[in-house]
Write a protein that binds this ligand. Structure first.
Ligand SMILES: Cc1cc2nc3c(=O)[nH]c(=O)nc-3n(C[C@H](O)[C@H](O)[C@H](O)COP(=O)(O)OP(=O)(O)OC[C@H]3O[C@@H](n4cnc5c(N)ncnc54)[C@H](O)[C@@H]3O)c2cc1C
Length: 433
């Protein structure tokens, strides 16, 4: 990047907050996927005005801009595919206000999810979206990816929030977020149902959802995930089990008691060998450690992964699990099956070592099939990780040509120069290498 542009950027954010030397930018070339591409510069603004200044410089010089939170994206969204400027939001990390009376929080995009969740808890409130990456990921990244469930912002005028939420930095940069908080639940019960067969755990999901009881958490883990997670967190998970469900039910005490009993009965009717109910807050917390530890334990199985978030109607979770098990055999490749099953949001995770060319090719084929099966089941390519670069080649198959064009048209209106996170989502231009 030429010196005068770098100087303009330094004038906006201060000289300490512009990087252009390769050794300083190494982490910005990748995210939590396997792609990488170098930026030409990284800037770290501290305010909305500084972000506006950066966007003006980029627009004037036709330089691509990629917003960045913590870089935990699983779809290649945070990678600066076309180089240009990465706008790192780390310094915009203030919780401006938690308004307990009106149950809203106003935050800057660089606030770490856990930080807001902890502050809200102190006030008896809950920030419901709960990505496993909550100790690392930022709220800006969560909104941009629509991560971990619905993130609900508010703005004046027409409700533009649905346009920006999940836009993955392709329509603009988020500089402040107004979030709705909810009252913390009065009581909750956390349970673990243990199965010999993964299929029975998956069946429990659809039967539970059909019963009308909506657990706040209904997480599915297969044997590979149980073993890897136990190795990482050592909390006594049943490593012999074919599958397990982590279940949490919250609400008023009498309802929680009744619903937990009913769900426990459903688990047993569907074939659970045992249903363990956490007896103390510490026991419940250890199950949460397991839930959040899964994604971080994958590395023990293989160095590379395609971490999918194939999302299907809840009643079809058993079918997606069945198809994933078939694909493991067909492609002779480990596909770890975990997921936020209560939302139909499954993570069939294809594990391989890319140095083994044959395994990498089989992994690609399995990946194709995961996407196609998901769409055939009436599902969506991404329940939470976003389309980014990784799933962009499949997006048209989901939206159809008309929906795809609409996405391109919206982008063209909001970002006529095409500088916002180019090459992703509706502006996919083909493979990287
Ligand atoms: C171990 C692990 C576990 C995970 N678990 C979950 C999970 O349970 N649920 C889930 O949904 N996801 C999960 N993820 C994925 C990831 O953590 C989420 O997508 C998260 O929201 C990304 O936040 P981030 O701050 O890291 O954003 P980044 O990775 O930095 O960026 C993500 C996208 O948002 C854009 N962006 C970032 N900040 C802004 C901004 N201020 N304005 C505009 N665009 C912006 C970027 O350009 C990029 O496209 C997991 C990832 C890992 C590595």
């Amino acid at each position: 990047m030429n010196a005068s542009i770098l100087n303009e950027l330094r004038n906006i954010v201060g000289k300490d907050y512009v990087m252009s030397a390769k050794e300083d930018m190494i982490i910005y070339a990748s995210d939590a996927t396997m792609f990488d591409h170098w930026p030409d510069a990284v800037v770290q603004p501290a305010s909305r005005d500084e972000v506006v200044g950066i966007v003006k410089v980029a627009a004037k010089n036709n330089i691509p801009l990629t917003g960045r939170g913590a870089g935990t994206c699983l779809s290649g969204g945070a990678i600066p595919l076309k180089g240009g400027i990465v706008v790192d939001m780390a310094r915009m990390d203030r919780i401006r206000k938690i308004d307990a009376a009106n149950k809203i929080a106003i935050v800057e995009p660089g606030v770490i999810t856990f930080e807001l969740a902890s502050q809200a808890t102190k006030l008896g409130l809950l920030y419901p979206p709960d990505p496993s990456s909550w100790k690392e990921s930022t709220l800006g990244g969560n909104v941009a990816e629509c991560a971990g469930g619905a993130v609900d912002g508010e703005m004046c005028g027409p409700d533009w929030t649905m346009l920006i939420t999940g836009s993955e930095g392709t329509l603009g940069l988020i500089t402040a977020i107004t979030l709705r908080l909810v009252p913390a639940p009065v009581t909750k019960k956390t349970m673990m149902a243990i199965y010999e067969r993964l299929e029975d755990a998956a069946k429990t999901v659809s039967v539970t959802m059909a019963s009308g009881i909506i657990p706040t958490t209904l997480e599915l883990m297969d044997n590979m995930a149980i073993v890897a997670t136990e190795k990482a967190v050592k909390i006594g998970l049943p490593v012999q089990a074919g599958g397990l469900l982590l279940i949490e039910i919250d609400g008023m005490p009498s309802t929680v008691e009744e619903n937990a009993k009913r769900v426990s009965d459903i688990c047993k009717e569907c074939g659970a060998l045992e249903v363990k109910v956490a007896q103390t807050a510490a026991e419940a917390e250890s199950l949460w450690v397991a839930r959040r530890g899964v994604a971080k334990a994958f590395g023990q199985i293989a160095p590379c992964k395609f971490a999918e978030d194939a999302t299907v109607p809840r009643s079809l979770v058993p079918l997606l699990v069945e198809k994933s098990l078939e694909m493991q055999k067909k492609y002779n490749i480990p596909i770890l099956i975990v997921g936020h099953a209560g939302d139909g949001n499954m993570h069939p995770t294809i594990m391989f070592d890319k140095r083994d060319k044959d395994a990498a090719a089989r992994a690609e084929q399995a990946l194709d099939e995961v996407h196609l099966v998901t769409l055939e089941l009436g599902g969506t390519l991404s329940g939470e990780h976003g389309i980014g670069f990784a799933k962009a080649p499949y997006l048209k198959a989901e939206t159809g040509p008309v929906g795809y064009k609409m996405g391109q048209d919206v982008k063209a209106v909001l970002d006529p120069a095409g500088i916002m996170n180019p090459g992703k989502m509706f502006n996919y231009e083909g493979a990287l290498h």
